[in-house]
Design a protein around this ligand. Structure first.
Ligand SMILES: C[S@@+](CC[C@H](N)C(=O)[O-])C[C@H]1O[C@@H](n2cnc3c(N)ncnc32)[C@H](O)[C@@H]1O
Length: 473
């Protein structure tokens, strides 16, 4: 076993090329036309009334990510019937195991002469993380992993090896786990390499350390003027950017203001790009690549007449649900941004382009495993094509924000530079004061950059890039 997770099968040899010559990447959020892994029959999972159903579900999720190259979000859709608490616990166990996969594989390696079948490997990783990272009693974690494995097809014959190795792991104690360089061990080599060359080795390490922590939950208030009251009602901190950061985890739908649509869940960094458009009251706005709709809600709440376009019909359903809950309106369009033509120009456009989503790894610990064979040229070609098309849809004097939830300059600074050089629109510097952010989050070129290692003492924020452009004539 290597300490770097293997590329998912479905990602090997994946091409970013699109029939007909238009560029196609492997975007965050599954565009409808992206190649999909062959649907796999979900592993049998113990019914909810049996113990260890949560661990069995965690194994299904871990296997789905590491062996089938499917995202946790996609796998959640095919989940078996489980009590909400069991489902939540299964999700947490799978996320923590994926977050600590490198460390888990390294400590298990010494007890395994050869790589065990995937199901046994995943059960051992889960047991290792439960014992060594989550402090679960060794007998409970090892016994639970064995029982969960037993519930899977063919799992029975693997229980012997899992039992024996888990026992050795428990006997060995925490020292080898604690002695590991956790940040380095858990970030896959491809990501470590890219982040080191982009931001330097020290920053790559700080980002990797931030990825080891479960991120806080942030909310965007529908009415910024009510943010302080909502913060008090929710027991949240009001961040300088206007987002609310929950102090405790809990069931989101049970929080005050959820039913009334007073807020929506959105990372503090993800809430910044829409605000770069300034006052949008009464303006005709296009949210290009809109689903699941956080930025659509922001623009609509700020008084814009929003067209929300996305290629993915299922993800657009989330936009409609979010609009209904918050009592906001937008025109929903399901279309490919590379084919669609608007019926008139827009005052403002927000292009939150498909990207590697490397900035959201702390929220999506499956992402580093799924992006091992990232098609970066395909994605950057898609981003360029979207920028060029969208520029043609702006009114003279109109503004466009280009954003990506990526930590890779190829999908941020370099795209914006290249677009500015092509000369269709002029760049406008972001104003840190207006956003409530430290001045050094804005580059000399006026671009916004956030990273998970920023705001280290208050829980960090996702990695985002955003640039503002203006059409002069
Ligand atoms: C980063 S996500 C957008 C997040 C969204 N702006 C928000 O704030 O909730 C990127 C989106 O691009 C969409 N997308 C990918 N390729 C597309 C295309 N060719 N045309 C339109 N949308 C596309 C995906 O379906 C995905 O929902």
């Amino acid at each position: 076993m290597s300490d770097a997770p293997r590329p998912p099968r479905s990602d090997r040899n994946r091409s970013g090329a699109r029939p007909g010559g238009k560029p196609r990447g492997k975007p965050h959020g599954k565009p409808a036309a992206a190649p999909k892994p062959a649907p796999a029959r979900p592993a049998a999972v113990a019914p909810a009334d049996r113990p260890h159903a949560d661990r069995a579900e965690a194994l299904r999720l871990i296997g789905g990510v590491l062996e089938q190259g499917r995202s946790l979000a996609e796998l959640a859709a095919g989940a078996p019937a489980l009590a909400p608490a069991q489902r939540a616990r299964a999700g947490r166990l799978a996320a923590e195991t994926l977050r600590r996969a490198g460390q888990a594989e390294a400590v298990l390696k010494r007890f395994l002469r050869r790589a065990p079948p995937p199901a046994a490997r995943h059960a051992l990783m889960l047991a290792a993380v439960e014992i060594l990272a989550l402090g679960v009693a060794p007998h409970a974690a090892a016994g639970g992993a064995v029982e969960a494995l037993r519930a899977q097809p063919g799992g029975e014959r693997l229980t012997g090896v899992v039992n024996a190795v888990a026992r050795k792991l428990a006997e060995q104690g925490p020292a080898p786990w604690a002695a590991q360089d956790a940040a380095r061990a858990n970030m896959p080599g491809w990501m470590w390499g890219r982040l080191s060359s982009a931001w330097g080795a020290g920053a790559a390490r700080r980002i990797a350390e931030a990825h080891l922590l479960a991120p806080p939950i942030d909310l965007t208030p529908k009415d910024p003027a009510r943010a302080a009251d909502l913060a008090e009602a929710l027991g949240a901190d009001l961040l300088p950017t206007g987002s609310l950061r929950l102090r405790e985890r809990g069931q989101i739908t049970a929080l005050p203001g959820y039913e009334a649509g007073d807020w929506w869940v959105q990372d503090a960094a993800a809430a910044l790009p829409a605000r770069l458009l300034g006052d949008v009251t009464g303006l005709r706005a296009l949210d290009l690549c809109a689903a699941p709709g956080g930025k659509t809600l922001q623009l609509a709440a700020a008084g814009a007449h929003v067209t929300a376009l996305d290629i993915a019909a299922t993800r657009l359903e989330r936009v409609s649900e979010n609009l209904a809950r918050t009592g906001l309106t937008a025109e929903i369009v399901q279309a490919d941004a590379l084919d669609w033509e608007p019926d008139g120009p827009f005052d403002v456009i927000l292009l939150d382009a498909p990207c590697s989503a490397t900035g959201t790894a702390r929220r999506h610990p499956d992402m580093p495993h799924l992006r091992a064979s990232l098609d970066l040229p395909g994605l950057t070609a898609l981003q360029d094509a979207m920028l060029d098309r969208a520029a043609g849809w702006l009114k003279p004097g109109g503004r466009m924000v280009f954003a990506t939830c990526s930590l890779l300059p190829e999908e941020g600074e370099l795209r914006a530079e290249a677009f500015a050089t092509r000369g269709a629109l002029a760049t406008v510097p972001a104003d840190p004061q207006a956003l409530g952010i430290p001045p050094d989050w804005v580059s000399e070129r006026g671009f916004l950059r956030t990273r998970p290692d920023f705001w280290p003492d208050s829980g960090g924020l996702d990695g985002f890039f955003a640039a503002i452009f203006r059409k002069e004539t």
